[in-house]
Design a protein around this ligand. Structure first.
Ligand SMILES: [Zn+2]
Ligand SMILES: [Zn+2]
Ligand SMILES: [Zn+2]
Length: 557
């Protein structure tokens, strides 16, 4: 248990109670100014702390007024007499901070756990993550190719002291603990010394005002840039270290000192704009890394952002820049999901038009099938046509199964497959930069799965039954309609197939019940279907008579 862990009893019980009260009473109401920041944060993200409304009512009736422990894994408050977290089923004395996903959560460890009868709950899917982590693949590259890892304990000092903010130091403890316990910090891996980013390096991305505002928090008491974005006396240092680590990793990879790299950093970065601190993010680490890669010789940099939230900061910073291609997959819900940006029609502007690719999901619950389909049919064809010199992954793990904020369903295998696909680009020069992710077991297992691929493990072939859901197919079809004018590598045949899938689902839905008609996808598809199919057919005819560049590594044709 870490020294700063609330579960060890350092949490202010009064504020803990208030947090719970706020979470449960503020449900559905507008956020007021003086509510607990966690409650404000949960309300902002549309999270009410319960699975659904029915469960909500029963929880309310039986809720114990005295909260005694906060779950280390998911930061949900729990009553004293419970041994397992009501939300994620993690044991209250879990050793997840020392061993990450390698720790056993379902058996009691301490005095409390063994002295009392253990109330078994049904097993949460996130607990089964570690079982799925055995890859059968072989090593694909020689041992001389090294993975550089960037980490520094001082980034643990950035903390909303005494509260239980989801963006907490324990995230890095669990990730590093899991990498250590699974043997991924030895062998083909080496660490680079951490240093703070310089003013000049930060100014390639942020305004002097922005850098000054972050710097002004140095040595100051806890304060808030936005209701959900805090800074304590050490936050400015942590932010400079995170950006500095990403800078050095990017140039180490570009100059061949490292084959690829993993930046285990916080505070995260992708919501930070040129002059805006927000969404837990102070400096935009991935953007600083992109500029560092370019300073070290990369002409074109690809940033793939699989954090469940849209990286509004990264999009804004490279809005007009054709040398950085930004591709983001995110939960969007027509702008209702934080931060609301990331519409498919946002494609960059000026010289940067076409160098921003947004794949917005219209709901939660999106899993491996949709993510890997999107990689296969959208992300990889576009990325191959762009031909990056360096690939940066904005790797939030909050789309992971079990995440309390993301509500999506990506597994560690899914992250491994996505990493492996991207490793075929830019000569394998990949930098993974940690963004969000708030279920410690999920982020630790996911980070280990990514790390394993970076170190040369082939995760094996993509699943045979890989297929998008109607939501995924609709998102990709919409994206295709917008992006095909910029990227000729997008295959007409693929999207004709998605159109046919939507049609068949739509018909099946209408047969079953009138309530399920929405399964057919977005309204524009119903009205514009014939026009879209005609356009695709026409373009296919024209392609036959032209010598336009065509990438035939797509497995679908
Ligand atoms: Zn929990
Ligand atoms: Zn996120
Ligand atoms: Zn083809």
């Amino acid at each position: 248990m870490g020294a700063n862990s609330p579960a060890e009893g350092e949490l202010d019980h009064v504020s803990g109670e208030n947090a719970v009260k706020d979470v449960f009473q503020e449900k559905g109401k507008e956020v007021e100014k003086d509510v607990h920041p966690l409650a404000a944060f949960l309300a902002l993200h549309g999270i009410d702390g319960a699975e659904d409304d029915d469960e909500m009512e029963s929880e309310d009736e039986e809720w114990q007024p005295h909260v005694r422990w906060i779950c280390t894994n998911c930061i949900m408050p729990n009553p004293e007499d419970e041994v397992y977290c009501w939300k994620c089923n993690e044991h209250r004395n879990s050793s997840i901070l020392e061993q990450g996903f390698m720790s056993v959560s379902s058996e009691p460890k301490g005095v409390d756990g063994s002295a009392k009868p253990v109330a078994k709950k049904e097993i949460c899917p996130s607990q089964m993550l570690s079982k799925n982590l055995t890859f059968s693949g072989t090593f694909m590259c020689g041992k001389e190719k090294k993975t550089a890892i960037g980490y520094d304990d001082r980034m643990l000092l950035h903390e909303e002291t005494g509260k239980s903010h989801p963006e907490r130091p324990d995230r890095l403890r669990a990730i590093m603990g899991g990498l250590q316990a699974s043997g991924l910090l030895s062998g083909t891996c080496f660490t680079i010394p951490a240093r703070e980013a310089t003013q000049a390096e930060l100014e390639l991305v942020h305004t002097a005002n922005h850098i000054g505002a972050v710097q002004a928090t140095e040595g100051q008491d806890l304060s808030y840039f936005t209701p959900d974005t805090y800074a304590n006396e050490h936050s400015a240092l942590a932010a400079r270290l995170a950006a500095g680590i990403c800078t050095d990793l990017a140039s180490a990879i570009m100059t061949g000192k490292a084959h690829n790299g993993f930046a285990a950093v916080r505070p995260p970065g992708h919501h930070a704009e040129q002059e805006q601190v927000m969404g837990f993010c102070l400096h935009n680490n991935a953007c600083v890394a992109a500029r560092a890669a370019q300073a070290a010789g990369a002409k074109k940099v690809l940033i793939v952002d699989w954090d469940v939230h849209h990286g509004n900061g990264t999009q804004e910073i490279f809005e007009q820049d054709p040398t950085v291609l930004y591709i983001s997959l995110h939960r969007h819900e027509a702008g209702a999901f934080y931060p609301g940006t990331g519409w498919a029609h946002q494609v960059g502007s000026g010289p940067g038009e076409g160098f921003c690719v947004n794949i917005p999901w219209s709901c939660g619950g999106i899993g491996d099938g949709d993510y890997l389909s999107a990689f296969q049919h959208v992300v990889m064809p576009i990325a191959r046509q762009f031909e990056p010199d360096m690939t940066i992954i904005s790797a939030g793990f909050d789309a992971a199964r079990g995440d309390p904020l993301g509500g999506c369903d990506v597994t560690p295998e899914g992250y491994a497959q996505m990493t492996f696909l991207l490793s075929s680009l830019s000569g394998g020069r990949i930098l993974v930069v940690l963004e969000g992710g708030y279920n410690l077991r999920s982020i630790s297992a996911s980070a280990a799965a990514v790390m394993k691929v970076l170190q040369g493990t082939n995760p094996g072939p993509l699943p045979d039954d890989l297929q998008p859901t109607p939501v995924g197919a609709a998102a990709m079809l919409e994206l295709f309609m917008i992006q095909r004018r910029y990227w000729s590598n997008l295959h007409d045949a693929t999207f004709l197939k998605f159109g046919a899938l939507l049609d068949s689902w739509s018909k099946a839905g209408e047969r079953k019940s009138s309530k399920r008609r929405h399964i057919g996808g977005p309204i524009w598809w119903k009205w514009g279907r014939k026009r879209v199919l005609y356009d695709i057919w026409l373009r296919g005819q024209m392609k036959h008579h032209s010598s336009s560049r065509h990438d035939h590594s797509c497995p679908c044709c």
